[in-house]
Design a protein around this ligand. Structure first.
Ligand SMILES: Nc1ncnc2c1ncn2[C@@H]1O[C@H](COP(=O)(O)OP(=O)(O)OP(=O)(O)O)[C@@H](O)[C@H]1O
Ligand SMILES: [Mg+2]
Length: 285
C-alpha cells in the first residue's frame, strides 16, 4: 500500500496563463478511497495528472510513496500509479481491445500465461470479455472508457486514479465501475476518483475533497462535506448535495442516510399522511 502527498501545488498552463491549481496541499494515505469533486474547470484533471507525472508542478511538490515525483520518469511512476484519463481517446492507441490491454502489463515484463490471465481478468472486470478482437474505435464512448479502465487494471498498480469513470455509463456500466472500485479498495489499493456524480461519491467513497478555482475548499467524510452547514459553500461552486442528503436533513436522518433508512422514514411518513405507506422501491434486475 502506498500513499501520496501534494504540497503547495500550483499549475499554470503556459498557453493561456491560466492558474489551474493555486496552492493545493493534500495527503492521501495508503489504501484511502477518495473522491475529488468540483465545478467544471476547478482543476480536478490538472491535479490528478500530476500524480502520474503527466503534468509537472509549476510550484510545489508531489510525493509518491515518500519519494519526490520530480525525480521519477513517467514510466517509473506508471508502475505505481495507474491513471484512467477523462477522455479515452487520449489514451487508446491500439488497433484491438486485446492489444490495448496487453500493452501496459507487457511493458511491466509480463508474458505468456501471466499476461493472458492479467488481460482476461481485467476485461472480465469491465464486462468486455469476448470483445478481444474488436477495434476500440468501434466500441462507443462508454465502452472505450471501460477499456481504458481495463488497461489500467491489468497493470496491477497499487494506486488507481480514475478521472470521471462513470460519466455516461448505464446502470450496468455503473455497476461494473463500482464493483471494480470496491474490489480494488478491498485489495488495499489507494483510489482517487474524479466525479460529478454526488450520489456516487456520497455512497461509495470514504473521503471527499472539493476543489474550487484551483484550491481545496472542503475535505472530509461524505457526511461532513454534504452536511447542511456546507450547502451554501457547495452552492457557491455549483455543487448540489445528493437528493438523499437534502431529504435526509429534512427527515432528521443526517446528510448521508442509507437507502433503507430513507425508505423506512418515507414509508412511516406516507402512512401518517394517507395510511397507504410507500410503494416498493425500483429494483434493477
Ligand atoms: N491544456 C490546457 N491548456 C490551457 N488551459 C487548460 C488546459 N487544460 C485545462 N486548462 C484550464 O485549466 C483549468 C482547470 O482545468 P481542468 O481540466 O483541470 O478542470 P476540471 O476540474 O477537470 O474540469 P471538468 O470538470 O470540466 O473536467 C480550466 O480553466 C481549464 O480551461
Ligand atoms: Mg476534468
Amino acid at each position: 500500500m502506498i500513499g501520496l502527498r501534494v504540497e503547495g501545488l500550483a499549475h499554470v498552463y503556459s498557453a493561456g496563463a491560466v492558474r489551474a491549481l493555486d496552492g493545493v496541499d493534500l495527503e492521501i494515505g495508503p489504501g484511502e478511497l477518495m473522491a475529488l469533486v468540483g465545478q467544471n474547470g476547478s482543476g480536478k484533471s490538472t491535479l490528478v495528472r500530476h500524480l502520474n507525472g503527466l503534468l509537472r508542478p509549476t510550484e510545489g511538490r508531489v510525493w509518491v510513496d515518500g519519494v519526490d515525483a520530480a525525480g521519477r520518469t513517467v514510466a517509473q511512476l506508471a508502475r505505481l500509479v495507474g491513471s484512467v484519463f477523462q477522455d479515452p481517446d487520449r489514451q487508446i492507441f491500439a488497433g484491438s481491445v486485446r492489444a490495448e490491454v496487453e500493452f501496459g502489463p507487457r511493458n511491466l515484463g509480463l508474458t505468456g500465461t501471466q499476461l493472458r490471465a492479467a488481460v482476461a481478468e481485467a476485461l472480465a472486470a469491465v464486462g468486455l470479455d469476448g470483445q478481444e478482437d474488436a477495434n476500440p474505435f468501434d466500441l462507443g464512448d462508454t465502452r472505450r472508457k471501460l477499456l481504458t479502465l481495463a488497461s489500467v487494471l491489468a497493470m496491477g498498480t497499487p494506486v488507481l486514479v480514475l478521472d470521471e469513470p462513470t460519466t455516461g455509463q448505464d446502470a450496468r456500466g455503473m455497476g461494473l465501475v463500482r464493483a471494480v472500485i470496491a474490489a480494488a479498495h478491498a485489495a488495499g489499493k489507494t483510489i482517487i476518483a474524479v466525479s460529478h456524480d454526488m450520489n456516487f461519491v456520497a455512497g461509495d467513497f470514504d473521503r471527499i475533497v472539493v476543489l474550487g478555482a484551483g484550491r481545496v475548499i472542503l475535505d472530509g467524510a461524505p457526511e461532513e462535506v454534504f452536511a447542511e452547514e456546507q450547502w451554501p459553500l457547495l452552492a457557491s461552486t455549483f455543487l448540489e448535495p445528493p437528493l438523499a442528503a437534502r431529504v435526509g436533513a429534512r427527515l432528521g436522518l443526517g446528510s448521508t442516510p442509507t437507502d433503507g433508512a430513507l425508505i423506512r422514514a418515507l414509508a412511516d411518513r406516507g402512512q401518517q399522511l394517507d395510511g397507504n405507506g410507500a410503494k416498493p422501491p425500483y429494483q434493477p434486475t
